[in-house]
Design a protein around this ligand. Structure first.
Ligand code: HEC
Length: 112
């Protein structure tokens, strides 16, 4: 009888250990996907990037605080971080920014 009790408590102990082990190893996702809010059904936007629309926005919104830069003043890699800052200043929404980026990409200084 004594032996039975010991075996029982040992196996209970083992179950507890296994249980704790299983619980502490819950996999937590390391990457959270960031959803960008891009309006896809709004009639005001063309979903495909439109270089002409980008040009329009660029010329109407980007020359109010300083003189309008030429797209060819910078390479696209230089434009990208500048646009992060300036899109906020010019109050561009997501699609406007994308379209301006499209326009700049088409007309940026070539990378040597
Ligand atoms: C509300 C005013 C304002 C608007 C609108 C604005 N800018 Fe600017 N921009 C600034 C100021 C101020 C600076 C200089 C200080 C700085 O770099 O933040 C600047 C600097 C720049 C520069 C110089 C590069 C650099 O690294 O500093 C570029 C290029 C530029 N802007 C492009 C744009 C474009 C493209 C837009 C349209 C999306 C735009 N700006 C709209 C205020 C504005």
């Amino acid at each position: 009888m004594y032996k039975m009790k010991k075996i029982l408590s040992l196996s209970l102990f083992a179950i507890c250990v296994l249980f704790l082990y299983a619980c502490s190893h819950k996999t937590t996702p390391t990457k959270t996907t960031v959803e960008t809010k891009a309006p896809t059904t709004d009639n005001n936007y063309t979903v495909t990037l439109n270089s002409n629309y980008g040009k329009e926005i660029y010329e109407s919104k980007c020359g109010s605080c300083h003189s309008l830069n030429k797209p060819g003043d910078y390479t696209y890699n230089q434009w990208y971080p500048i646009m992060d800052r300036m899109a906020k200043k010019a109050d561009l929404d997501y699609m406007q920014k994308q379209n301006v980026l499209g326009y700049l990409k088409d007309n940026a200084k070539a990378v040597k």
